[in-house]
Design a protein around this ligand. Structure first.
Ligand SMILES: [Zn+2]
Length: 301
């Protein structure tokens, strides 16, 4: 048993001692049954907002501005999960930190929202600690997949709260329609850009680029959180020249100083793609995709 797990079990034991194990699956508030639902990353909360009825309280676990690749669970989160009925997760390495906690949190229903997803394979391979496996886990960044996630959430909520089943299914349908309408605009805007070859900070944009016909030529950090080697940067430099790459794309949640220096040296533009959102201007799923489409267009034109 590793040290972190021991600490987790210890914290949870204390929690149960102080709360006397009084976890209730459904809390009664103002005579209505309130369902407490948690999600691991902000885009899942955004999709859940679309599907949710008024009888749901949403708890966002990953704080805004944090990266799931470098995050660790705190005792406060354990306490919050003790009050939670369902937790929606991405799985496949993105939110590994939640799974140990779920194992030791009594009566918490966990749903990995990947049921209807067609996976891409990951470019990078790992031996020890790096958390992208053979499957590319960033599937929420394709709007089609977001719709599938919405339907899976609706199915899970329907079981937990059958009185509002129609609301959840209907909300998922409305979300699908909104995405459909918005997509016409996104595709039209992207048609203005002839060369859509780009280099991204880490290998998170495969589903997004498949959906929008953008070519991800390479990534700056093949292993998120680990700086690229000088040898890797030499290869990247050749790739930039060969593909006439005009821009590199940073991410707000990871430390990107090295990439900024590299971009200056190479005399290419920098854009800022956001896989997670959650901040004021990117509070809804559509806003998040909108922002990223606009960033690509503004940086490449
Ligand atoms: Zn990632």
């Amino acid at each position: 048993m590793n040290k972190r797990l021991v600490i987790l079990i210890f914290s949870v034991s204390i929690l149960f001692l102080t709360t006397g194990c009084t976890k209730k699956p459904v809390t009664t508030k103002t005579n209505s049954e309130i369902l407490h639902v948690a999600t691991t990353i902000p885009p899942l909360s955004m999709i859940l907002e679309e599907v949710a009825s008024k009888e749901i309280v949403i708890h966002q676990i990953l704080p805004t501005g944090a990266s799931p690749h470098t995050f660790e669970v705190t005792p406060q989160i354990l306490k919050q999960l003790d009050q939670t009925d369902i937790v929606f997760t991405i799985g496949h390495g993105v939110d590994n930190w939640i799974y140990n906690v779920i194992e030791i949190t009594d009566g918490l229903k966990q749903v990995t929202v990947d049921k209807h997803i067609t996976f891409r394979s990951s470019h990078d391979h790992d031996d020890d600690n790096h958390d992208h496996g053979n499957i590319d886990p960033h599937y929420w960044l394709s709007p089609d997949n977001a719709v599938q996630i919405a339907y899976q959430m609706a199915d899970a909520l329907k079981i937990q709260d059958p009185n509002n089943a129609d609301i959840y299914i209907n909300n998922a349908k409305l979300f699908e329609e909104k995405i459909g309408e918005k997509n016409i605009q996104w595709q039209a805007e992207l048609e203005q850009i002839a060369n859509k070859d780009i280099i991204v900070f880490h290998d998170a944009w495969g589903y997004f680029s498949d959906y929008f016909n953008i070519q991800i030529v390479s990534s700056f950090e093949p292993f998120p959180g680990k700086s690229p080697t000088p040898k890797y940067l030499t290869i990247l430099q050749e790739t930039i020249e060969k593909h006439h790459i005009k821009a590199l794309f940073l991410e707000p949640q990871l430390s990107t100083d090295a990439m900024q220096t590299f971009a200056t040296d190479m005399n290419v533009k920098l854009g800022n793609l956001d896989p997670l959102g959650g901040i004021e201007e990117r509070k809804t799923y559509i806003d998040l995709i909108d922002y990223n489409v606009k960033t690509i267009i503004d940086t490449l034109k």
